[in-house]
Design a protein around this ligand. Structure first.
Ligand code: ADP
Ligand code: MG
Length: 385
């Protein structure tokens, strides 16, 4: 068994495939998935994170209609969905189309007048793999809808609108990491996001210059408790902050965390506080061109998520252990956890070997073949045709 290479596809060909399905298309808009390099479950704790935009994106083509209807079709779904724009309210649309309907709702909430629209989307970010296909869908359709409405909305406002779309209409609570990187990422840079004040800073990320490649491994494992697990971790963090009397865990010191009596809350808080420190240390290591330190921080982050935050799983641990044994300078799970994807920083000349070894471990344990995505830091949401 080999790991399956998941290609990002040719944007021009994908765009043509979509516009062929519309009469009078206005354009095609793309928004990327992401891999978070470090800083997990820190966004909703007013912390720091450091994601990159993937070359894999979701593409949305749009045409205007002369009624009040939003019609959405996805290459990844069997049925189109139609809804009147004025009928979109929290709870009124369910399933995948709620992400798209949510964007229309949030833009209208911000006072933008939207025409009726026909949208066709093609997602090249693996769905539900922890690489944020949901934000890619939301942000690509946000750009498409703004174009159809003839409005130019600044990127920071779009971050807020797309976050509301996901949490209030799609019903998926989000800390904002995914939408921020999808809308503000730059090629060859990671984005340092500070969720205390929403400030961002571009940090050069060029592992190829050091002979390294960032490998993203989609374990294709999903564990049933992932949604509930996210909510429980959020609740634990809020409780820990409350017990410590701080507005968020960003304000807690390591000593305060160790003073918590409750073992579970102490370990949850320890992950968040130490992880925020690791994001700062990773940025410093990158600025010093110290890739072995970056790798060490990735490994420490994974251990913290596995043991203290308890969001890893067998498949993620297997990727991290196997990659590290076969030469990765560092590896960690990425995204919300309980399945999904891991990243490994691998010497480029050992990539094939690492991929083969991971596939062999998966085969030996009777798991489906993993997907692998080489992942240079790529562009944020944009018009492609
Ligand atoms: P992730 O964002 O990590 O991929 P989520 O569970 O947050 O995982 O989002 C995945 C969901 O987003 C899918 O189950 C589907 O409802 C929706 N989605 C994402 N991409 C598409 C697409 N191209 N077409 C239709 N629905 C999509
Ligand atoms: Mg998502």
């Amino acid at each position: 068994m080999r790991a399956e290479r998941v290609e990002s596809g040719d944007p021009a060909a994908i765009a043509t495939g979509l516009t062929d399905r519309l009469t009078d298309p206005l354009g095609v808009f793309a928004a990327p998935g992401r891999a978070n390099l470090i800083g997990e479950h820190t966004d909703y704790n007013a912390g720091l994170c450091l994601p990159i935009a993937l070359p894999h994106a979701t593409y949305a083509a749009v045409a205007r209609r002369d009624d009040d209807v939003l019609r959405v079709e996805s290459v990844q779904q069997t049925q189109p969905v139609e809804v009147r724009l004025s009928a979109i309210t929290p709870g009124s649309v369910s399933g995948w189309a709620s992400y798209v309907a949510g964007v229309a709702w949030a833009l209208r909430e911000d006072g933008h007048r939207l025409p009726g629209m026909q949208l066709v989307v093609d997602g090249r970010v693996p769905l539900g793999s922890g690489l944020s296909s949901s934000a890619a869908l939301i942000c690509s359709t946000a750009l498409a809808m703004c174009a159809a409405a003839g409005v130019d909305v600044d990127r920071r406002s779009l971050v807020r609108a797309t976050m509301r779309a996901e949490s209030e209409i799609a019903g998926a609570p989000t800390g904002g990491l995914d939408q921020t990187i999808a809308l503000l990422g730059e090629p060859d840079h990671a984005l340092l996001i500070d969720f205390r004040d929403q400030q961002t800073r571009q940090v050069p990320w060029r592992p190829a210059d050091a002979g390294l490649t960032l490998l993203v491994v989609d374990t294709r494992a999903t564990h049933a408790h992932s949604d509930g697990g996210y909510g429980q971790r959020r609740a634990d963090c809020e409780e820990a902050a409350q017990v410590l009397g701080v507005p968020s865990l960003r304000e807690a010191t390591p000593d305060q965390v160790e003073s918590l009596d409750d073992d579970r809350l102490r370990r949850r808080a320890r992950h968040v506080v130490s992880e925020i420190g690791r994001v700062e240390d990773t940025v410093a290591a990158l600025e010093a061109d110290d890739w072995s330190e970056v790798g060490r921080l990735f490994a420490a982050s994974h251990t913290s998520m596995r043991d203290d935050f308890e969001i890893s799983c067998e498949e993620l641990d297997a990727v991290v252990d196997t990659a590290s044994t076969h030469g990765a300078v560092g590896a960690r799970m990425t995204g919300g956890g309980f399945g999904g994807s891991a990243i490994a920083l691998v010497p480029t000349d050992r990539m094939a070997k690492v991929c083969d070894e991971i596939a062999a471990v998966f085969a030996a344990r009777g798991w489906a073949a993993p997907g692998v995505l080489p992942a240079p830091a790529s562009a944020s949401a944009r018009q492609v045709s």
